[in-house]
Design a protein around this ligand. Structure first.
Ligand code: AMP
Length: 385
């Protein structure tokens, strides 16, 4: 059972299907991308503990694979303790990473890893105190949010009120009533990387570093391999090993790191495939989705073959209604390009709907090809009739 049926969940279900596994896709809306490729699906709020318990107790899946962070993780932990199912990579890892607080405290306070300075806050007054403690500029984020929702950079104290409003309306607070935020010192990094780390039955395997560009906290482009200063790769792997080892279990983890000079600063980790890792659909013989499935099923990962410099570029739709795709032929005419159109039934606001991936002789060529294809694909959002 895959909890979260977006584009990443869809690729995980496809990889499970390749091994002949019966799959069940779950999300809070009907027609989510992974539901189109799973054997069965259920529509429910995964933050609703009793509803989640009921569907898992009825289906009795051998494995529950969380694909989003917003899940009633205490319910998952209880169901595993009762022997009803098994949670990937394990219930504690899913609980600790369900919001930014658990993982930040583990990394910075328990493991002593370098992170941005941070303070948690629950009101506008507490945010003001937090900003004076961490200093300007800083970043404010709801503790439970993704894709940049509710996130903003505060450059002047005058920005605080608007940033607080954005955080409490833009995260998952609107549905859960939670208003806790993290205020983080702004890290003026040279580059940021995702280090995909696979913990499997025979040990730990790292994918080459993925560089990426984010706009307003949302991923737009990624590429692999990202060149790094001497010695940084080894330190990044040591940090990724330490943090994923502390979470434990088998599966693929997306470890997000900021690189400043030869410093490696821990940012976040997801115990599941990462959106910037979509590039691995082009760059590796085993994509991050294939690796996650192999690892969590307890199968071997004897090695990963890199297929050359590669890049991904996200396609974003804006508006309200049903997305329509034109110029697919133009996008696919670009050499080496592959498209994934996720098949989201509707768009409401700002939504990632497709991705282009490409290879090249170098990163610049791969990025140019992926970007050209993504720009060629025309998405029109038509009102629902
Ligand atoms: P997150 O949701 O925490 O991964 O943040 C999304 C993106 O916002 C990151 O990938 C960075 O590009 C940017 N960002 C987040 N936190 C910071 C920070 N403390 N300093 C600078 N940039 C940040």
């Amino acid at each position: 059972m895959v909890l979260g049926s977006g584009e990443l969940g869809k690729e995980v279900v496809i990889e499970l299907q390749r091994l002949g596994i019966e799959t069940i896709a779950v999300d809070r809306y009907a027609g989510a991308p992974a539901m189109a490729v799973a054997h069965r699906c259920h529509v429910l709020s995964m933050l609703d503990g009793p509803a989640l318990r009921q569907v898992i107790a009825e289906e009795r899946p051998a494995l529950v694979i969380p694909e989003v962070e917003a899940i009633a993780t205490d319910t998952l932990a209880a169901l595993e303790a009762e022997g009803i199912t098994r949670v990937v990579p394990n219930p504690r890892a899913v609980q600790l990473t369900m919001d930014r607080e658990g993982i930040r405290r583990l990394a910075a306070e328990t493991l002593g890893l370098a992170t941005s300075p941070y303070v948690f806050a629950d009101s506008e007054d507490e945010v003001r105190a937090a900003v004076s403690e961490v200093g300007l500029p800083c970043v404010i984020k709801p503790v439970m949010s993704s894709s940049g929702h509710g996130q903003s950079v505060i450059r002047r104290t005058e920005d605080i009120a608007a940033a607080w409003q954005e955080a409490v309306t833009g995260g998952r607070a609107a549905t859960t009533g939670a208003t806790r935020v993290i205020v983080e010192g702004f890290v003026d990094f040279d580059c940021e990387i995702t280090l995909l780390t696979v913990r499997h039955r025979d040990g730990v395997t790292f994918c080459p570093p993925i560089g990426h560009v984010q706009v307003d906290g949302d991923y737009r482009e990624s590429w692999q391999p990202q060149p790094l200063p001497e010695g940084v790769w080894e330190r990044a792997c040591a940090i990724a090993d330490e943090v994923t080892g502390a979470l434990g279990g088998w599966g693929l983890f997306g470890v997000e790191l900021f690189i400043r000079g030869d410093e490696v600063i821990f940012s976040e980790v997801s115990p599941r495939p990462h959106d910037t890792g979509l590039v691995t659909l082009a760059s590796q013989d085993l994509s991050e989705f294939a690796l996650h499935v192999r690892a969590c099923l307890g199968f071997p990962v004897p090695g990963i073959t890199s297929l050359g410099p590669s890049a991904s570029c996200a396609v974003i739709a804006e508006g309200q209604g049903v997305p329509r795709y034109d110029q697919v032929d133009v996008a696919l005419a670009e050499p080496t390009v592959q498209l994934r159109i996720f098949g989201k039934p509707t768009v409401d606001g700002h939504r990632r709907v497709a991705v282009a991936v490409a290879r090249g002789n170098d990163i610049d060529e791969a990025r140019r090809r992926a970007r050209t294809a993504a720009q060629a694909l025309t998405v029109t959002v038509e009102p629902v009739r």
